[in-house]
Write a protein of this length. Structure first.
Lengths: 367, 108, 385
C-alpha cells in the first residue's frame, strides 16, 4: 500500500497546478493520470491563451503544459502516468491500476481533477466513421500529427469549434463550413473572424440533419433552424465533406465524486451535473475538486482552481500557515474574478456563487 | 494522412518507423503513436462493427473515454486504439461484434 | 387521501413483482411501494441463475419446475423477455471430500428425475472449457439449471401490473403501520398514507426492520454480496457456476473464497461472491473485496484475464435463521401476507408469486407451505384464528 499525504487524480492543468501548489508547501503529493502523457488536453492547444499576463496569456497551450511539468518536477511531486484510478473506497482508499497491476493508495487528502468529456448530438448517420468530437480531431492533428480527413464540417461555434476549425486548416485540411444552430457565434469574435477571413462559411441558424455515407461519411445535409430551433427541412442542402466534428459543449466527469456520495447539483451554465463544493473546492471531509469537474470553464480557470485546492489542502494538513493560506486564496479569487468577467464569465461567476451558497445551506456540513 | 509541415509545430521530426498488420495488411506506423493514428495515416477509418446491427464505427473521442475505437490487438479484444501505442509487429484486427472472451473458438 | 385499494405490496423486487402481477391479472387494484426503485435491491444485483441442487426436494422444486413453464408463457403472452436458457449449471468442488459429499447429494435429485452427474477433472471442461481444473477438482452438473435476465423479469412483472392499472410508488419508504383489531389499517410512508384490504410484505433483507414496526421479530438476517460485470464478449461461459458449498452445506461464516458467475445473453459476465459480511445494510464496495473477487476469477479462468471489469456493486441478500422462506399469512395480523427470504428467488418466484396471489385472495391453500408460515416467528404472541 502506498501512503501519501495528497493524491491528485488527473494530470491536466488543474491537477498539475494542484500538485505544484501543494508540493511547494511540502505536501507529499502524487499526481496520477491515465494517459501516457501528462498535461491533459493542454498539449493539443497550440493557440495562444487569452487573458492577462498572470494567466500566461500569449503563451501557447502546449508550452504552458511544459512549464507546469517543469514546476511539478521542481516541487518534488511524483507523477504516475498510464495509471488509471478505478475506485475510491471508505477511509480514503484509492484503487489504482498501474503497469497492469492494481495497487492500494491511502491518501490523507484527495483532489479530483478529472476534467470533462465532450458532448454529442444525434442525427441520422451520426455514428458513421469520420464523425468525431472536435477534441479528437484536435488531438490527432496537433499531438499525433495525423489528419482525420480532408474535408471537414464543424458543428458548433463555441471557442472549441472555432479554434479547432482554424487548427484543422493550419494542419492542411479543408474546412468546408461551421454550422451553428443559434443565430449568433458562440465563441470570441476574434476566432470567428479568422475563419471568415480564410473564406470558411459559418452557417448560423443551421443544423446538421443527416450524415450521408454507407460505411463512412461522405456528406452532410444541413437545414435552417429558427429561433425556437424548429428545423425547416424544405430548405435543406448537401455539403460535401468526409469528416464531421462535434464541438457542442462539455460535461464534467463526476463519476469519482459520485462514488464518494458527494451531493450533486445541475448547473447548465457550467456543463451539467457537478459536485457541490464550498469556497475552497471541498466536496467531502477529505476530498476536493478542481478544474472542469467543478464546472466547465477554461484552462486558465482550471489552473487557478488547482492552485486553490492545493493551497486549501496544504492548510488543512498544517503545511501552510493559516493566515498566509487565507491570503493566497484571496489572491487566487481576485484572479479568478478577472477570468470570470465579461459576457460569458459573469454567468459562470454567479453559478459558482450559487453552488457555494448551496453548500453552506446543507445541513450537517461535510460527511 | 500525416501532417509533415506545420506552421506552428514545424517539420515532423525523424522518428523510428515500425510495422503493424491490420486485417492482414502491412502498414507503417511511427513508434510511440497510438494505433488509431497509424490507421488514420493509412486511410483506415473503420475500426469495428457493432454487436447488434454490425454498423461501422471508428475514432470518436480520441482520448480513451468513449470505447468506440476498440479493436482486437494481438489477440486481445476491446482494446482502445486511441490510447494504445503501436508496437513493432503488432497484429490489429477489425472487431466484429462482441470481442472474444478466450481463444477456444472451436468450443463454441 | 389515497383511495383504498385491494392490496398494497411493499417491495418491488421479483417476489413482490410476481405477486403484484398475478393479483393485477385477477382484477385486483394493487399499489406497489419501494423504498428505492424496482429491482434496486437483491433482484437487480444477482447473477441471474437458476439453481436446483441447492434446494431440498419438496414444494420449492415444484415451484421451480412450474416457474420454467411460466417464464415461457410470459415470453409468449405478455411479450416480456426473460432470456431464459436451460444451459445446465455446475457447482464447484475443490477437494475429494467435497466431491464425495456432492455424489451423495446429487443422488436424491437423480431419484426424482433430475439429470445430475459429478464431473471430475477434464470432464468439467465439457461444460466449461475455460475452467482451471488445477484448482477445481470436481463439479456437480445439473442439466435443469440455467440462466435468465433478472432485470427484464422483475421489470416485466411490474410494468405489466402497472399497465393493467396497478400503481408503483418509487422512493417510498414505509415509516409505520396503523393497526386496529389485528388488522393493518394504514401504511404510513414518507409520501403519505396508503390504505388497502390486505398488505403484502416482500421486502427481502429489509423484512426484519420493517416487521419490527409491528412489534414482530422475524429471524431474517442479511449479508452483503459483491458483484462485478465485464464488457460483452462472445460466449465463453456456458451456464451458471456456483460455489459447491451451497449444495453440500459446508459453508462457514467468514469464508469468502466463493465464486459464482454467469455469462448473459448480451455477452457480459457477472462475477459474484458472497462476502459474508452480515447485518450491514451498507451497499458500498471495498477495495479488498473487489480485488479478491477479480483474483478469484482470474485463478479460476486464467485464459479470460483480459476481460475488462466495467462496474462493481454490492447487493444485500436475506438469510432466514432456519433457512426456510417466510411465506404466508401472519398469525398476528390477519390481513398481512409475508413473502421474504426466498433463496435464489428467480428460480421459484413465478410459481411462488402465483400461489401467493391465490392465497392472498383466499382461493387456495397448499399445506406444503405450512412450515414456511411467518407464525413460527410470532410465538409468544396470542395466536388468534
Amino acid at each position: 500500500m502506498i501512503n501519501i499525504e495528497l493524491l491528485v487524480i488527473g494530470g491536466g492543468p488543474a491537477g498539475l497546478s494542484a500538485g505544484i501548489a501543494a508540493g511547494k508547501c511540502g505536501v507529499k503529493t502524487i499526481v496520477v493520470d491515465e494517459n501516457p502523457l501528462p498535461g491533459g488536453q493542454l498539449f493539443k492547444q497550440i493557440h495562444k491563451f487569452f487573458g492577462s499576463k498572470e494567466h500566461k496569456a500569449g503563451t501557447r497551450g502546449y508550452k504552458i503544459g511544459e512549464q507546469l511539468l517543469n514546476e511539478v518536477d521542481q516541487d518534488g511531486v511524483e507523477v504516475y502516468l498510464n495509471t488509471r484510478v478505478w475506485g475510491i473506497f471508505d477511509n480514503n482508499i484509492v484503487g489504482i491500476l498501474k503497469d497492469g497491476k492494481t495497487q492500494k493508495v491511502k491518501a490523507q487528502k484527495i483532489i479530483l481533477a478529472t476534467g470533462a468529456s465532450e458532448n454529442a448530438i444525434a442525427f441520422k448517420g451520426s455514428t458513421l466513421p469520420g464523425i468525431m468530437t472536435a477534441g479528437a480531431a484536435q488531438t490527432f492533428i496537433n499531438v499525433h500529427r495525423v489528419l482525420p480527413g480532408k474535408k471537414i464540417l464543424m458543428i458548433g461555434t463555441g471557442n472549441v469549434g472555432l479554434i479547432t476549425s482554424y487548427q484543422l486548416m493550419q494542419a492542411g485540411a479543408e474546412v468546408v463550413g461551421v454550422v451553428e444552430a443559434s443565430q449568433n457565434v458562440g465563441g470570441y469574435d476574434v476566432h470567428a473572424n479568422k475563419l471568415r477571413r480564410a473564406g470558411i462559411p459559418i452557417y448560423l441558424g443551421h443544423t446538421v440533419i443527416e450524415a450521408k455515407g454507407d460505411i463512412e461519411v461522405d456528406g452532410a445535409i444541413i437545414a435552417p433552424v429558427d429561433e425556437k430551433f424548429k428545423v425547416d427541412k424544405s430548405k435543406s442542402f448537401l455539403i460535401d465533406c468526409d469528416t464531421i466534428c462535434f464541438a457542442v459543449g462539455l460535461t464534467p466527469r463526476i463519476e469519482l465524486a459520485q462514488m464518494v456520495n458527494a451531493p450533486i447539483i445541475y448547473m447548465s451554465t457550467l456543463g451539467g451535473y457537478l459536485p457541490i463544493h464550498d469556497n475552497r473546492l471541498k466536496i467531502t471531509e477529505d476530498i476536493f475538486i478542481a478544474g472542469d469537474i467543478s464546472g466547465v470553464e477554461e484552462a486558465s480557470t482550471a489552473m487557478e482552481e488547482g492552485s486553490l485546492a492545493g493551497v486549501a489542502v496544504a492548510m488543512e494538513l498544517g503545511k501552510l500557515d493559516k493566515n498566509k493560506g487565507v491570503k493566497e486564496i484571496e489572491e487566487i479569487y481576485k484572479r479568478l474574478a478577472k477570468l470570470r468577467s465579461g459576457q460569458f464569465g459573469s454567468k459562470r461567476a454567479s453559478a459558482k456563487e450559487e453552488i457555494i451558497k448551496k453548500q453552506m445551506e446543507m445541513k450537517g456540513g461535510f460527511k | 494522412m500525416r501532417i509533415k509541415h506545420h506552421p506552428i509545430l514545424g517539420e515532423i521530426t525523424e522518428k523510428k518507423i515500425v510495422v503493424i498488420y491490420v486485417d492482414g495488411k502491412k502498414i507503417e506506423a511511427i513508434e510511440g503513436e497510438p494505433i488509431a493514428a497509424a490507421l488514420l495515416a493509412a486511410g483506415i477509418r473503420i475500426f469495428r462493427k457493432t454487436i447488434k446491427t454490425a454498423e461501422p464505427r471508428g475514432l470518436y473521442c480520441g482520448i480513451g473515454q468513449c470505447n468506440d475505437c476498440i479493436m482486437e490487438v494481438n489477440g486481445v479484444s476491446n482494446v482502445r486504439t486511441c490510447v494504445t501505442l503501436v508496437e513493432d509487429g503488432m497484429v490489429v484486427k477489425t472487431q466484429v461484434g462482441k470481442g472474444k472472451g478466450g481463444d477456444l473458438d472451436d468450443k463454441y | 387521501m389515497n383511495k383504498k385499494v385491494d392490496v398494497i405490496v411493499i417491495g418491488a423486487g421479483v417476489v413482490g413483482g410476481a405477486i403484484a402481477y398475478y393479483l393485477t391479472k385477477k382484477g385486483k387494484s394493487v399499489i406497489i411501494l419501494d423504498q428505492d426503485e424496482a429491482a434496486s435491491g437483491a433482484s437487480g444485483g444477482n447473477n441471474g441463475q437458476i439453481s436446483i441442487i441447492d434446494r431440498e426436494p419438496g414444494i420449492e422444486l415444484d415451484w421451480a419446475k412450474e416457474s420454467m413453464k411460466l417464464y415461457k408463457e410470459y415470453e409468449e403472452i405478455d411479450e416480456f423477455e426473460t432470456d431464459l436458457e436451460l444451459t445446465g449449471g455446475i457447482s464447484l468442488f475443490y477437494n475429494e471430500d467435497e466431491i464425495r459429499i456432492g455424489r451423495e447429494v446429487i443422488k436424491k435429485y437423480n431419484e426424482i428425475g433430475y439429470h445430475c452427474e459429478i464431473l471430475i477433472g477434464e470432464d468439467i471442461k465439457k461444460q466449461e472449457p475455460y475452467i482451471n481444473t488445477e484448482i477445481v477438482k470436481g463439479a456437480a452438473y445439473c442439466k435443469e439449471e440455467g440462466k435468465l435476465n433478472p432485470f427484464s423479469i422483475t421489470l416485466g412483472f411490474i410494468d405489466n401490473a402497472v399497465e393493467k392499472g396497478s400503481k408503483l410508488f418509487n422512493k417510498t419508504k414505509v415509516l409505520d403501520f396503523k393497526v386496529k383489531d389485528n388488522l393493518i389499517q394504514e401504511v404510513i410512508t414518507n409520501k403519505g398514507s396508503f390504505y388497502a384490504e390486505k398488505v403484502v410484505v416482500a421486502t427481502g433483507a429489509w423484512t426484519r426492520d420493517l416487521m419490527s414496526k409491528l412489534d414482530l421479530d422475524y429471524k431474517i438476517f442479511y449479508g452483503r454480496g459483491s458483484l462485478m460485470v465485464t464488457n460483452p464478449v462472445e460466449a465463453c461461459i456456458k451456464g451458471p457456476i456456483v460455489p459447491g458449498c451451497f449444495t453440500i452445506g459446508t459453508l462457514y461464516e467468514g469464508d469468502w473464497n466463493l465464486l459464482g458467475l454467469t455469462q448473459h445473453k448480451n455477452g457480459t459476465i457477472t462475477i459474484g461472491q458472497d462476502t459474508r459480511s452480515f447485518n450491514d445494510y451498507n451497499k458500498g464496495i471495498s477495495y479488498e473485496g473487489t480485488v479478491h473477487l477479480a483474483k478469484l476469477f482470474s485463478e479460476h479462468f486464467p485464459e479470460l484475464i483480459n476481460l475488462d471489469i466495467i462496474r462493481v456493486w454490492s447487493a444485500i441478500t436475506p438469510h432466514v435463521a432456519d433457512s426456510l422462506p417466510i411465506y404466508g399469512f401472519s398469525g398476528k395480523y390477519h390481513n398481512l401476507f409475508v413473502a421474504a427470504g426466498l433463496k435464489g428467488a428467480f428460480t421459484i418466484a413465478p410459481a411462488a408469486g402465483k400461489m401467493a396471489a391465490d392465497m392472498i385472495l383466499e382461493d387456495t391453500y397448499d399445506h406444503r407451505v405450512e412450515e414456511y408460515s411467518p407464525a413460527r416467528f410470532e410465538k409468544g404472541e396470542k395466536y388468534e384464528n
